[in-house]
Design a binder for this molecule. Sequence first.
Ligand SMILES: Cc1cc2nc3c(=O)[nH]c(=O)nc-3n(C[C@H](O)[C@H](O)[C@H](O)COP(=O)(O)O)c2cc1C
Length: 383
Amino acid sequence: MVNLMGLDRAACIDDLRSIAKRRIPRFAFDLVDGGAESERNMRRNSAAFEEVELTPRYMVDVSDIDTRVTLFGQRFDVPFGMAPIGMLNAFWPGADLTLARLCAQRNMPYIASSAASTTLEQLAEAAEGNGWFQLYVSSDSNVTEGLIARAEAADYKVMLVTADVPAAGKRDRDIRNQLAVPFRITPQVLAGLIANPRWSLETLRHGKPNIANYADLLQSATSYADVQKTLITPGFTWDDLKRLRDRWKGPLLVKGILHAADAVKCAELGCDGIVVSNHGGRQVAFGPPTIEALPPIAKAVGGRIKIILDSGIRRGADILRAKALEADFALSGRALAYGVGAGGAPGAHRAMEILHLELVRALGQLGVAAYDDVGPSALTSPL
Ligand SMILES: Cc1cc2nc3c(=O)[nH]c(=O)nc-3n(C[C@H](O)[C@H](O)[C@H](O)COP(=O)(O)O)c2cc1C
């Protein structure tokens, strides 16, 4: 039984994370919760949001708060969407479809990862027109083209090309947990299964999670290195991005931009937007938090292409901080994943509700009735 009482008492995303931690085996929890090496970048992502101060203004009518946003011709009810997460069904069985369906219900974008544990076609159907497609560029161009063709056929309108994986991130927790793809039952895994019967039963019911879009290709993989080669390539360059721009007819975004000069190149190549992202601190420990990377990027390309930001968002006010620094929209990865881990669909719903209600409250407190109207003037120290 889902512990609804526990979910009701969850006041914030961190509470949902604590609940999820209690009901998920360690190796599966760490798969989502962990970051690269020392995890400095991951910690800094959230800490840096705290440093961005906004000054409330009063005697403004905020009785009608509007959080709607129009992006790439579509009207969404909230200014955030679900970030692409690979292999999320290993965290909580059925997580992908649960989140895709909820995004449709709540009218927010759901971004289907190339590495999802559910096929692109099933996710497109569940997201009911709110699905965007995230592409990992493979070292095999046939694999890349196959995915793009499938995304087109499934009627995804927006494609995000992830740029920040020239090499796989080194995640110390996964190494310690001896995590392997495809999954192997080690004594540590077995202990986790026994200690978390609900997770284990659900996993048995849903079947062993895999990287669904590459299931056939990965069957012949004999090592983790084989898996990586199928998924990503260290040889991905601007020329390849240009080819992808020509290939994809709809809006194209580049995900994982941290430098203003790279943002400018994306704009020059005709991309429609970028996601200022460090992959939630999962790629490197030494990089900047995204909220600190944002201002020079916004200065360079703001107004020309759309700027979306992710990595470290745990509060509704973080979305306003990003907007004050001139991001147009936000994505959330772990915050919504913790919700589904804490309590399946009701838990994911609770996570979305927490972020939305915090955002509505923060807008009222700030004295700005519409999300669209938040800008640099809200900053205590204007740019
Ligand atoms: C477990 C996990 C898997 C991820 N898989 C992908 C992926 O397949 N493709 C991708 O572009 N980003 C992936 N990301 C990065 C997210 O899309 C997003 O950038 C990140 O989660 C944002 O940080 P946050 O989790 O602090 O919100 C993944 C993140 C996590 C936590």
